[in-house]
Design a protein around this ligand. Structure first.
Ligand code: HEM
Ligand code: HEM
Ligand SMILES: [Fe+2]
Length: 467
């Protein structure tokens, strides 16, 4: 085993919880998908609304935990020293984990009731993806401050600030700051949605995207040995393009919520440019991998890096572009097309990033001086996850197209058209496929877990080919 900094031990703590929550996410997703087919299933015990909330909240929390873990992992490499507040960092991890546990228990135990100030503070804020009650919000902000303190102080106490760390420090301020925008309570639903999108959109299409730019840049450097100068040059360009298009791209969520008309033009224009930085990221990753002829010390990490680049481009860039123009979104808004895009984008851009780092950590723990980290099972999990994710996404796309066409364009978006579309075979049948592919995704997750436990433990079978 390679030497471990305290910072890296914290990273492992975060990843352990993250991977378990990934499993919880999939199980609640399967449950919600089954309830689409059989709505009475577990009605009154674990209804669709709660299963769905747990599915997407588990996702947000595990992805964030994975990002935090990755940051703690790279910190000693980038600063040449250990984290300043190791005990504080572990305490923050512990508090976050306990808080998540309490929030989930409350969701499960108190499923219905009136909405008032007490609910807002102690049960749920009711805002999709960030439903956590306000006490937990405040706790999360405190935990984020501890993490920020640790990263910033460690960088300041080292004798250099790398470009990667500079971008990271600025991005984390924006990422944490935006979370606060999701806490304003206003009875006006337009204003509520206006601010809510500041968290959701400006996270996934601006600050998270820049964060994974930093992480993937570091991973390419580590896994392939790409020179830092090239990595940082690309990163600055990506940051410029992501912020340049993504911030005003926010307008694509303001078309129909009661905001002024000018958002139609602003949102349509800037969000259509959002795929450009994602193309840049693909070019970068493919070029780097090509230069090294796919030779690496860590095969699963390299292949997940490539999947990240393509998944981000297709899921966010292509699937997002598909419905981002107001002329199209008028008909497609809120159909299964959004879910199709949401699944592929989150999987490609963010799940893949975290899996890359799990493998980088495992290599350090089990094969620090070679041989090449490789196994059969990572390939099965990799192919299984890609196939089942594309299966789910394809099924949802068919259902979404049918809804867009039948319910909105031909029908006229009345309640009756909605019901008609829900009963139409082009919508009903794909939602069954989605459940089937979901099961396959769960099996692939189990193979992934098997691989994470076993990879690199056996005697070397391949020789070290690249440094
Ligand atoms: C990794 C980056 C991205 C992620 C994770 C992501 C995820 C999502 C999710 C989950 C939704 C559904 C939100 C809801 O619950 O209502 C959504 C909606 C949407 N996304 Fe993205 N997205 C990303 C990037 C993009 C990009 C680059 C574009 C445009 C080129 C885009 C265009 C849209 C549009 C237009 C909607 C609204 C759909 C509707 O009107 O129903 N997204 N996105
Ligand atoms: C077994 C695999 C999965 C199944 C069966 C599944 C199923 C579901 C279901 C039924 C919903 C509710 C959709 C609705 O309200 O109409 C949902 C929402 C969502 N899931 Fe999954 N899911 C799975 C895996 C994933 C993964 C791996 C991710 C990404 C990391 C993900 C991200 C999301 C997101 C972002 C939403 C909200 C989308 C929206 O409202 O547009 N899911 N999923
Ligand atoms: Fe967006």
């Amino acid at each position: 085993m390679g030497k471990l900094y305290e910072s890296q031990k914290i990273a492992i703590l975060y990843f352990s919880v993250a991977i378990i929550l990934f499993g919880a996410q999939i199980i609640f997703g399967l449950l919600a998908a089954y309830q689409y087919i059989n709505p009475n299933f577990l009605y009154g015990i674990m209804p669709f609304s709660i299963a769905r909330m747990l599915h997407i909240n588990a996702m947000v929390v595990w992805l964030l935990m994975g990002f935090i873990g990755s940051i703690y992992w790279i910190l000693p490499y980038e600063t040449g020293r250990d984290v300043v507040g190791a005990k504080l960092g572990k305490l923050a991890w512990f508090l976050l984990t306990v808080a998540v546990g309490i929030v989930v228990l409350v969701y499960i135990l108190k499923q219905i009731g009136s909405g008032n100030t007490f609910t807002l503070w102690f049960i749920t804020e009711g805002r999709e993806y960030i439903e956590a009650p306000r006490w937990a919000d405040i706790g999360i902000v405190l935990v984020m401050l501890i993490i920020y303190f640790n990263v910033a102080m460690t960088v300041l106490k080292s004798d250099k600030i790398t470009g990667l760390m500079g971008v990271l420090l600025i991005d984390l301020v924006a990422l944490a700051g935006l979370y606060v925008a999701g806490m304003f309570f206003t009875p006006n639903i337009t204003k509520d949605q206006f601010w809510w999108w500041w968290v959701i959109h400006l996270w996934v299409e601006a600050t998270w995207e820049v964060l994974v730019g930093v992480l993937m840049g570091w991973a390419l450097m580590h896994v392939l040995g790409t020179p830092r100068k090239i990595i940082e040059g690309w990163l600055y360009l990506e940051v410029l393009l992501v912020f340049g298009t993504g911030i005003l791209g926010l307008g694509h969520h303001y078309y129909w919520i009661g905001t002024p008309d000018y958002w139609l033009g602003i949102g349509g224009f800037f969000s259509s440019l959002e795929p450009i930085p994602l193309v840049a990221m693909v070019v970068h990753a493919v070029y780097d991998a090509g230069v090294h002829k796919l030779q690496t010390v860590n095969r699963p990490a390299l292949f997940w890096i490539l999947l990240q680049a393509f998944g981000n481009f297709f899921g966010a860039g292509v699937w997002g572009f598909m419905h981002t123009l107001p002329q199209i979104n008028l008909y497609s808004h809120g159909t299964q097309m959004a879910a199709s895009h949401g699944h592929l984008a989150f999987f490609g851009a963010y799940v893949a990033t975290n899996i890359v780092f799990v493998y980088i950590i495992l290599q350090h723990l089990r094969a620090p001086d070679g041989p090449v980290l490789d196994s059969k099972s990572w390939k099965i999990a990799y192919v299984g996850m890609i196939l089942s994710m594309f299966g789910m996404v394809g099924a949802l796309l068919v259902a979404g197209f049918a809804q867009t066409f039948l319910e909105r364009a031909v029908g006229g978006a009345t309640w009756q058209d909605y019901i008609m579309a829900q009963l139409h075979p082009w919508v009903k049948v794909p939602l069954k496929w989605r459940f089937g592919f979901g099961l396959l995704f769960f099996l692939s997750y189990l193979v992934l877990i098997y691989d994470l436990v076993t990879i690199g433990k056996k005697k070397p079978s391949t020789e070290l080919k690249a440094g």
